[in-house]
Design a protein around this ligand. Structure first.
Ligand code: HSC
Ligand code: NAD
Length: 725
């Protein structure tokens, strides 16, 4: 609601809707009532609007978009009502003023902000645009380039930057409310015309049309299939071409287009999914509500290779003192150099730089080859080679050296957490913390509990994720966990498609057009083909341990493609060797070009194995790759490995480059329609009966039999017996 109070000549309207003062219908009604009351009271000479609990407002109530007309219909006119007040209105911005919250502040005649406040129009990140006249007022206040940047990216800016841009009139270190009341008293009686943004012209930019053309090209480049950024651009462009009222009409039209696009629903689902996964639970009954984390005052990272370096960087950035350990001095020096380079780069992006991170201080970051220095750490993250024997040896050593309460985490990509834990005297404190490469950049932390992992250990790992500014998702233990397990059938289909007649660039293009940042073959070249090769050798699928006489294209009675192994045998590991599925300008090069050698090799391979080459259309490429991944997702849900589809979606959006505007694989399946996904899988499975990944999962069949139940009801269809525990 909004609370109205009048102590002096200044009436105070306080937005009140915990926790973030979202502008629900009730809040807007109370705001309107307050404004009208202040207007009618002759003793009131000015108005101050602020938010309860140190937050101005996080904008429109996102849950209210199911009834957008009522919400939107109210917010724009209320902003106009504020602006047209004959008494000066001052916004006191504390905490956040986002979306509709900032639009309310833009309707005010003056804005005072606390130095720590953040402001922004993040509607674009929800698949929308600022629909309460923000696309028309902001460019008039701070100019087109800065407004376009804020509106098309949705970034939050700190108060200091807002002051430089002219978005706020004053910033204060404390007592924002008092400062705003002081300003309100000071401006009583001053003309309000110049303070009404709707009356101001949009500041001129030399050669505006050329500037806009360039800006549009940039927005399109970055949007990758997401509609909202371009429509945000169009709304701002309308401000440069039309009078205010016409611009507002255009803004409303574009808002409606976005609202009905489907992308807005997907992005709003993703917003709430990310928050929902914080409330983790296991089939054994442990949950976020009863488990308490233990403090991590000092940590350790073992192994300073690709992953360890990023993990160390992440911990330093989160201000957690740590020890970084390698197997020998040579690797330690290599790792130290790489970590320092990463940290220097991170420091350059920060205010205060290296001094703030303080990474040259051995009390904060110590490099060693001596396990004894791990005696008093609270948490260890192991990131050595993906080898079970080595991991067990290290965990055995850790359980002897580390203090009894220390949490022992492994960064394994796929190995069994229970087996690793069995090498210790404290399996309840062993947990998987699966970072994604580059670990200091990627937001996902997949947290894997084993059979004995304690709720405290899970809560501590989740707290670590928050401290590292990552999204932690708690999942159960199985080969590849959630993310990689769903990735296996996807990559497998991509390779089968090559066998049958497609090309790496054709497959990548289809998936990149769908919105993936990078297709499966470019991804595999980037990560290194040798990583999977090593794992397949360890599993006895290829290499010397493969029993003689095993058919080239079959393993355990199922279809298998030796293509990736054949490339590795020829030294084609991807970018690192300058060739893999593509050709690169040099070893370590990044520019992929289709390789005539590979196309010739594929054609010889098909001849050798008697495979008839056929044309494979885009629909088949997309469906076989995506539906097999989704199918594995249903199997994971049925086994109780993840507690809901939103977990899988958050993992895919934050760890695997799944396009957020498609809401994640399981949300996407719900939009395609489960009966359709099932029918397509059945069709492909009939054509490829030796590919288990295409055989529809029992859970998908069960849901499709009901029709297309809403995603939030899926888990209620799982019987207790099918759960893993
Ligand atoms: C908008 O404003 C559209 C306008 O332009 C008007 C359009 C008019 C239409 C015109 C038609 C013609 N609503 O993130 P946290 C919940 S669009 C509802 O954990 P933090 C959140 O779900 C809006 N709920 O906290 C969570 O509850 P849960 C634009 C909202 O401290 C709880 O609050 N605004 C909500 O890490 C705490 O949130 C945005 O996009 C909202 N607006 O971060 C801002 N905002 O656990 C979105 C939050 O039960 N919000 N909740 O799920 C944020 O970015 C972050 O929440 C904050 C706080 C930075 C505010
Ligand atoms: P890497 O080969 O780049 O680095 C491993 C490091 O561990 C090396 O620097 C090596 O010297 C060190 N090491 C080996 N034995 C050691 C010992 N006994 N004591 C201390 N250090 C030792 O490997 P990586 O890619 O960083 O992978 C590490 C782990 O992370 C693996 O389990 C891998 O599956 C997993 N992972 C990798 C990725 C990725 O994209 N590379 C992503 C997620 C998880």
């Amino acid at each position: 609601m909004a609370q109205y109070a009048r102590g002096s000549a200044v009436a105070v309207i306080r937005l009140r809707n915990p926790p973030v003062n979202a502008l629900s219908r009730a809040v807007l009604q109370a705001l309107e009532d307050g404004l009208k009351k202040a207007d009618a009271d002759p003793s009131v000479k000015a108005v101050m609007i602020c938010g309860e609990n140190g937050k101005f407002s996080a904008g429109a109530d996102i849950r209210g978009f199911s009834a957008p007309k009522r919400l939107g219909g109210a917010l724009g006119p209320i902003v106009s009502l504020i602006e047209s007040s004959e008494k000066p209105v001052v916004a006191a911005i504390e905490g956040v003023a986002l979306g509709g919250g900032l639009e309310v502040a833009l309707g005010c005649h003056y804005r005072v902000a606390h130095v720590k406040a953040r402001m922004g129009l993040p509607e674009v990140t929800l698949g929308l645009l600022p629909g309460a006249e923000g696309t028309q007022r902001l460019p008039r206040l701070i100019g087109v380039p800065a407004a376009l940047d804020m509106i098309t990216t949705g970034k939050h800016i700190p108060a200091t930057e807002a002051l430089k841009l002219g978005l706020v009139d004053e910033i204060v270190e404390e007592n924002t409310i008092e400062a705003a009341i002081r300003l309100a008293n000071k401006v009583i009686g001053q003309p309000l015309g110049p303070r009404r943004l709707s009356l101001k012209p949009v500041p001129k930019v030399p050669n505006m049309e050329a500037f806009l053309d360039e800006a549009l090209a940039k927005v399109k480049r970055q949007a990758r299939g997401c509609l909202a950024p371009e429509l945000c651009f169009q709304a701002v462009r309308a401000a440069t071409r039309s009078p205010f009222a016409e611009g507002v009409r255009r803004e409303r039209e574009l808002f409606q287009v976005l609202l009905s696009s489907g992308q807005a629903q997907a992005l709003q689902y993703a917003f709430f999914a990310e928050r929902a996964v914080r409330r983790w639970a296991t089939p054994g009954g442990a949950s976020w509500s009863s488990a308490a984390p233990q403090p991590v005052r000092r940590a350790a990272v073992i192994g300073l290779g690709t992953m360890g370096r990023g993990i160390v960087t992440s911990l330093v950035k989160a201000n957690i003192p740590l020890v970084a350990l390698e197997q020998d001095l040579e690797n330690l020096n290599k790792g130290r150099k790489a970590v320092m380079l990463l940290l220097e780069r991170e420091a350059m992006k920060m205010e205060g730089g290296a001094q703030v991170l303080d990474f040259h201080n051995p009390a904060r970051l110590q490099f060693t080859v001596d396990f004894d220095l791990l005696r008093d750490v609270d948490l260890v993250i192991e990131a050595v080679f993906e080898n079970m024997a080595l991991k067990k040896e290290i965990f055995h050593k850790l359980s002897k050296i580390c203090k009894p309460g220390a949490l022992l985490c492994t960064n394994t990509s796929a190995l069994n957490i229970d087996e690793i834990a069995s090498a210790t005297n404290r399996p309840q404190q062993v947990i998987g913390t699966h970072f994604f490469s580059p670990a200091h950049v990627m937001r996902l932390l997949e947290i894997i509990y084993g059979r004995h992992t304690s709720p405290t250990a899970i809560a501590t790992a989740m707290q670590l994720a928050t401290a590292l500014k990552k999204v932690g998702v708690v999942v159960g233990n199985c080969f590849g966990f959630v993310g990689n397990r769903m990735m296996f059938p996807y990559v497998q289909q991509a390779v089968f498609l090559l066998e049958e007649g497609s090309r790496p660039d054709a497959v990548d293009q289809v998936l990149e057009d769908f919105g993936f940042k990078i297709g499966p073959f470019r991804m595999s070249d980037l990560a290194g083909l040798d990583v999977g090769w090593r794992s397949r050798k360890d599993q006895g699928l290829t290499g010397p341990s493969l029993p003689a006489g095993t058919p080239a294209r079959q393993r355990h009675g199922q279809r298998y493609s030796p293509l990736p192994d054949l490339l590795c045998e020829r030294g084609r590991f991807g970018q690192k060797t300058g060739k893999g599925w593509y050709l690169y300008e040099k070893a370590g090069g990044r520019t992929a070009t289709p390789d005539p050698w590979l196309l010739n090799f594929l054609s010889q391979y098909r001849d050798t194995h008697g495979i008839r080459t056929r044309f494979i259309d885009q629909e088949e490429i997309l469906e076989r790759c995506l539906f097999s991944l989704i199918n594995e997702g249903f199997a994971i849900l049925a086994e109780g490995i993840a507690s809901g589809p939103e977990h899988l979606d958050v993992i895919y959006i934050n760890g695997y480059g799944w396009p957020k505007h498609r809401g994640g694989p399981m949300f996407y399946a719900s939009t395609v329609g489960l009966p359709r996904v099932l029918a397509k899988l059945q069709k492909y499975s009939e054509a490829h009966p030796d590919v288990p990944g295409l055989q529809p999962s029992a859970f998908l069949k069960k849901l499709a039999a009901v029709g297309n139940p809403p995603l939030k009801e899926w888990m209620s269809y799982l019987s207790q017996q099918s759960s893993k525990l």
